[in-house]
Write a protein that binds this ligand. Structure first.
Ligand code: SF4
Ligand code: SF4
Length: 335
């Protein structure tokens, strides 16, 4: 494994860490197996969040006995001091530890960032927790370039996490500024939320950018670990063939695709928005029409039920025209 320094935190982290979202798909025992395998392979960084339902709890269970082999990063959507203080305590409890190395402000908007930093804001709780030794460092995660740019100017921000992959290079210039300012850059969504099928190509692409400090692909199965480590540690330049494949992925996905982050939920009428887009992706892109139709038909609420209230669109960090996209899906699936 290759280790790098995570910006001004000074933490030594493996170039590849674990993205904790997919843990929600497995169970506590599966998480334990996964973590032991990661520890054996020298992966020492785990990313999770208060918002990833059972992820913190499963990780806490799985970390028993091997806690010291990992650097834990979690995050909270709390914006006030009181709510953040509560969330830090919940994270410590769930993760069964007395300290968390990195605690992040989870995806604030520009307005929420003001609130976080104002008197009585979440930052006060984070700074108090750091002074008390409950957390080690403070970071921020973002989906908008605007917030990313502003975070670069904030002294208290020690790390920034932002999506970067073959089809999302909007943060590239800002990522290089992280290096200049000694802010650790954590790459989320290296596979564009699962939209990029070829994981090896996706990780090779991201890791060929040396300004990316650490990449955190989501993993739930042991076999993914080996493949991903191999891709992350291969530092040979991308071949002509790989560059052609990169272009093919770009042509295929464009920019209006769903990253399955679920920030748009809950839908007013109960549509599983990211699920619909996932199945439509399989229907259109990967020649898995029967499978996609079958899965779509099992959805309790179909895309055609959308009442076009628009609430989901105000929450999508990628400003996707969800209502229009759902109409297309309803047409393609015929319901
Ligand atoms: S616009 Fe449609 S999909 Fe979005 S929240 Fe409203 S009903 Fe749900
Ligand atoms: S529609 Fe937008 S908010 Fe919803 S899952 Fe997709 S990318 Fe995320």
């Amino acid at each position: 494994m290759e280790y790098v320094t995570l910006g001004k935190t000074g933490l030594r982290v493996s170039r590849m860490g674990l993205g904790g979202i997919p843990i929600q798909k497995i169970d506590a025992e599966g998480t334990k197996t996964l973590l032991h395998k990661l520890a054996d392979r020298g992966v020492n960084y785990i990313d999770t969040a208060r918002g990833y339902t059972v992820s913190e709890e499963y990780l806490g269970y799985a970390l028993e006995g091997i806690r010291d082999r990992f650097i834990i990063a979690t995050k909270s959507m709390a914006r006030t001091k009181e709510a953040m203080a509560e969330d830090i305590e919940k994270s410590l409890h769930n993760l069964r530890t007395d300290h968390i190395e990195l605690y992040q402000v989870h995806n604030p908007s520009m307005e929420q960032l003001d609130q976080v930093q104002a008197a009585g804001g979440a930052l006060e709780a984070l700074q108090e927790a750091r002074a008390a030794g409950k957390i080690g460092h403070i970071g921020l995660t973002a989906h908008s370039v605007e917030v990313f740019a502003r975070a670069l100017e904030l002294d208290w921000v020690e790390t920034i996490m932002f999506p970067y992959n073959i089809v999302e290079s909007q943060g590239e210039e800002l990522i290089s500024k992280c290096e200049e300012k000694n802010i650790g850059f954590i790459d989320m969504k290296p596979l564009a939320g699962g939209a990029i099928e070829n994981g090896t190509l996706a990780l090779r692409y991201v890791c060929s950018n040396k300004n990316v400090t650490i990449v955190i692909p989501g993993m739930a199965e042991e076999k993914e670990i080996e493949e991903n480590i191999k891709a992350c540690l291969d530092d040979s330049p991308l071949s002509e063939k790989e560059l052609e494949e990169v272009q093919e992925v770009r042509n295929q996905l464009g920019t209006n695709f769903c990253r399955r982050c679920n920030y748009c939920a809950p839908c007013s009428v109960g549509i599983d928005i990211s699920g619909v887009f996932l199945f439509a992706g399989y229907l259109n892109r990967y020649g898995l029409g029967d499978w996609a139709r079958n899965r779509y038909s099992s959805l309790a609420v179909k895309a055609s039920a959308c009442i076009e209230c628009g609430k989901c669109e105000t929450r999508c960090p990628y400003h996707l025209p969800i209502r229009e996209m759902l109409k297309e899906c309803a047409q393609q699936f015929g319901e």
